[in-house]
Write a protein that binds this ligand. Structure first.
Ligand code: SAM
Length: 211
């Protein structure tokens, strides 16, 4: 993962990520859904990058809205999407700090929210929460406050208390805190992050609920 920075240099990262296996956390979240009717469910891949996870969602029968502000990411994704999946893919070059998010059963934030400038994060999270349908899930990584990249206005990082506040009202299905010294795309660093799967409670027993 590259360091959060203004207008970052992503080309090398996208090339390195091309064709990689889908992220384990995403696969664990997908396994929690029952079998999907073809194209019945919508997933938003927020900060989709080169699209390895978008392709996994398409492979599993989801409709996908892939959002990334880097044209090279979306071009790469579209070029590598097999024709048979295309009608279920909407890919947009857009900044997620301003993008409208439609109601979705899944919102995947694979290492993208750490790159959200701290001052933009509260409205982004609030729009993400509003877009989650009943029984929908948010899945992804959030940077921890002890990560080397946590300081500075170009990233968003949380401590445990802040994370729990963000997840209040959701059913936390998985929440793993990871901390170690290791490598990154930009060299050695101290890592601290949370991997989260959280579900919007269902409302099928509530009169008038539109789900
Ligand atoms: C570390 S990459 C992760 C890509 C992919 N989700 C993955 O897990 O490999 C972060 C991605 O978020 C995108 N991104 C960062 N800030 C963004 C923003 N404000 N709006 C849209 N995309 C953004 C970057 O362009 C990049 O593709």
């Amino acid at each position: 993962v590259p360091r959060p920075r203004d207008g970052g240099e992503w080309a090398g990262y996208f090339a390195a990520q091309s064709g990689r296996r889908p992220r384990t956390l995403l696969r664990q979240a997908l396994d929690r859904f029952g079998a999907a009717d073809d194209g019945a469910r919508l997933a938003i891949d927020l900060g989709s990058g080169a699209g390895a996870d978008t392709l996994e969602l398409l492979r599993r029968g989801w409709r996908v809205l892939a959002i990334d502000r880097e044209p090279a990411a979306i071009e790469h994704l579209v070029q590598h999407t097999p024709d048979r999946y295309r009608r279920r893919l909407r890919a947009r070059v857009v900044d997620f700090t301003t993008a409208d998010l439609p109601p979705a059963e899944l919102i995947h934030c694979g290492w993208s929210l750490p790159h959200c400038p701290a001052e933009d994060f509260p409205p982004v999270w609030s729009r993400l929460r509003s877009a989650l349908r009943a029984d929908g899930r948010v899945v992804g990584q959030l940077l921890g406050n002890r990560d080397d990249w946590a300081a500075g206005p170009l990233s968003t990082a949380v401590d445990t208390r802040q994370l729990l506040d963000l997840l209040a009202g959701l059913v936390i299905e998985a929440c793993k805190e990871v901390e170690f010294d290791g490598d990154s795309f930009d060299g050695p660093k101290h890592w601290h992050f949370f991997e989260v799967i959280a579900r919007q409670p269902g409302c099928r027993w509530v009169a008038g609920c539109q789900g």
